[in-house]
Design a protein around this ligand. Structure first.
Ligand code: SF4
Length: 350
């Protein structure tokens, strides 16, 4: 599929199918995502679940059909289904869970730019995501007033020039890969034109939920970038990565992209030793290294996904015993006003 990449990038001989399993482009799959609860429950033969759900006015149900295909029919506890179902518990107010848990609304000097970490800036390319993860810490974030216009991209460019300590750009969102190649490449060019920028990082869940997003045009562009390209994927459970997904990830790897993964520790989804070891091994088998395991950010509506910190630490000790060091992600927590992700203290919290 990727036939414009330079030889030194060690191209794979394997060819991805021109059309995917459903025969649809990624754009079509994105547009055709399921947003109707009845349809989802019908496909999964779980109509009885309806009574425990609600219809959110904002941040409603959204899940690509390919991701639904990875769910088990008739299993109300399926770990992928749990991540997208809007449950009644979301409406319960729980003390300590707030709309802006990381106080990000106060860390953006220019629309679309977050500067929390000294040498890295984060640019919110878009508010759109292919999937709505019910635990998302940005589900209440005011994206509409945080997507940079052309003028603001120019301001961001100047801001970076005025901050020579910045050497890495993190493209986030929403999901930065939910925008068109044309728009994404336009933005990448702005950052690549700045000699101080050595690395561009893409935080994305799209290649996991719609693998076809790793298309020929995108990979060809990224493979030629002057900057090191790091793709931090977001995968919470081993079942999210099937052979089809693995084929596309392999193409990204062959294009010279560094693949890492971040996961969120989620009650009833991946809070067991078995789930975590399976995830790490699955990621490694497709060329992705586990990077972060996040303690849930205390965002309102997501308290039912949280587990006590001492339980997270107990699980982590088990992971340290069970897995080789390179397959153990860092257990971290994002705290407001901290200029880095805070490693969880394994001794204090034990
Ligand atoms: S893909 Fe990421 S940003 Fe989008 S809803 Fe899920 S966790 Fe949030």
């Amino acid at each position: 599929m990727i036939n414009h990449l330079p030889a030194q990038k060690n191209l794979s001989n394997t060819r991805l199918p021109v059309i995917n399993q459903t025969g649809q482009s990624w754009q079509r799959q994105l547009a055709d995502s399921i947003d109707d609860i009845d349809e989802l429950l019908d496909i999964l033969q779980l109509s009885a679940l309806k009574a425990s759900l609600y219809l959110p006015k904002q941040f409603g149900l959204r899940v690509p059909r390919g991701f639904v295909n990875k769910m088990r029919i008739g299993d109300a506890h399926d770990p992928l289904l749990q991540q997208v179902l809007p449950r009644m518990q979301e409406q319960v107010t729980v003390t300590g869970y707030v709309t802006d848990p990381l106080a990000e609304n106060s860390a953006n000097p220019i629309q679309g730019l977050l500067h929390k970490y000294r040498s890295r800036i984060l640019v919110t390319v878009t508010g759109a995501c292919a999937i709505h993860c019910r635990y998302c810490f940005r589900q209440h974030f005011d994206y509409q007033s945080n997507i940079p216009s052309k003028q603001q991209m120019a301001e961001i460019h100047d801001y970076i020039l005025a901050h020579p300590e910045v050497n890495e750009i993190i493209l986030s969102g929403g999901d930065p890969l939910s925008v068109s190649n044309r728009r994404l490449i336009e933005q990448l060019k702005v950052f690549e034109s700045l000699p101080q920028i050595t690395t561009i990082r893409l935080h994305t869940r799209l290649p996991i939920v719609i693998p076809e997003r790793l298309d020929e045009v995108l990979l060809a562009y990224l493979s030629h970038s002057r900057c090191k390209i790091v793709m931090v994927l977001h995968t919470n459970h081993a079942n999210e990565v099937d052979t089809h997904t693995a084929n596309y990830l392999s193409e990204a790897k062959q294009a010279g992209i560094i693949l890492l993964n971040q996961a969120v520790l989620l009650k009833g989804i991946n809070d067991t030793l078995q789930a975590q070891t399976e995830l790490s091994h699955k990621l490694f088998s497709v060329g992705i290294l586990p990077y972060y395991l996040h303690i849930l950010d205390k965002v309102s509506g997501a308290a039912h996904f949280d587990i006590p910190k001492y339980q997270a630490v107990k699980l982590y000790w088990q992971m340290l015993e069970e897995l080789p060091g390179y397959l153990v992600p860092k257990l971290v927590q994002e705290l407001p006003d901290q200029p880095f992700k805070t490693p969880v203290d394994l001794y204090q919290s034990r």
